[in-house]
Write a protein that binds this ligand. Structure first.
Ligand code: GLN
Length: 303
């Protein structure tokens, strides 16, 4: 497969969509990002790295971080985490509060904000420093020691974090947090503020295409656990658009409101696409279109 040629064709085909949608407004530090940007990277299981456009420009990973924290918790804790968080699509926006009360403080899945807070809470208990554990992992897997948090983005999220604070307090009331709410929120906001490029993210997510094997060949996840993370990405990774994403793209994918999306073709490659304009569900307009084009042009998907 000539991934480079495919990427260039995809970039040409989605050009009209670049700049469409809205850059995330509810985090003021993200609202100033220039919308007319687009990058896409593919890293194959043999280590080949390919990219097009702004694929080496760092952006805010936001909810893409939830994929990695889930993997880090599964690696340490196994199945136990599923007593505290479900694995069903929510059909609701990523920051919705309503289901939590009906479902007694157990979030639907680890990729909506409530579920991600539970995962960060558990990672904090297991490691003593959830956000640093995540950053260290991302640096190692991407081979980029310069990756870091963006303190301005973390502060902006904290200043505008009432919904996430409400979710966390609500779960604490149901005894579904082990650490104090302010500490869980702090680590969650730091994890969302990490800045990475498409290249970095595709490299860091390569273990999902390699059935759980890390960059150095050691095992992070059992083969079945890597399958589980990919399955939850497919069904829940793009929130209340997960059905449409599966229909159009046909791959496990995880989006973030920074405009990035990672996607996985197990056994073959990990992709990352970035373009800041979001649709009303918080997924990158040009990003979803590019993944749609990629799987259509190549015929590669999990179906
Ligand atoms: N940090 C964002 C939030 O908590 C992440 C949301 C997202 O990327 N979907 O609202």
């Amino acid at each position: 497969m000539d991934y480079q040629a495919v990427l260039e064709e995809v970039a040409a085909q989605v050009r009209p969509q670049i700049g469409c949608g809205q850059v995330a407004q509810y985090i003021p530090a993200l609202a100033s990002v220039a919308p007319e940007q687009f990058g896409m990277a593919v890293v194959d299981v043999e280590g080949g790295v390919h990219g097009v456009g702004d694929w080496e420009v760092p952006f805010s990973v936001q909810s893409i971080s939830k994929t990695f924290t889930l993997a880090l918790v599964l690696a340490r804790d196994g199945e136990k985490i599923w007593q505290r968080v479900g694995r069903e699509p929510s059909g609701n926006p990523f920051n919705s509060l309503v289901q939590l009360e009906y479902e007694h403080g157990i979030p639907r899945n680890p990729f909506i904000n409530a579920g991600a807070l539970v995962i960060t809470d558990r990672l904090q208990s297991l490691t003593g420093d959830a956000s640093s554990t995540l950053l260290e992992f991302l640096r190692t897997e991407s081979g980029n020691p310069d990756l870091g948090f963006n303190p301005a983005v973390a502060a902006s999220e904290t200043d505008n974090g009432d919904r996430n604070a409400a979710l966390a307090h609500f779960m604490a009331a149901y005894d579904n947090l082990e650490n104090l709410v302010p500490s869980v929120l702090e680590h969650y906001f730091w994890q969302c503020s990490v800045e990475m490029s498409c290249r970095d993210l595709a490299l860091a997510g390569r273990f999902l295409a390699r059935h759980g094997l890390r960059a150095d060949g050691s095992r992070l996840l059992a083969r079945s656990e890597a399958k589980q993370v990919n399955a939850v990405m497919l069904t829940c990774g793009t929130y209340d658009a997960a059905g449409d994403f599966a229909y159009r793209v046909g791959l496990p994918g995880k989006s973030g409101v920074g405009g990035g999306i990672i996607a996985v073709i197990p056994g073959r490659c990990t992709l990352c696409v970035w373009s800041p304009g979001l649709d009303e569900r918080g997924n990158s307009v040009a990003g979803v279109a590019a993944l749609d084009r990629f799987t259509t042009l190549t015929g590669l998907s999990v179906f």
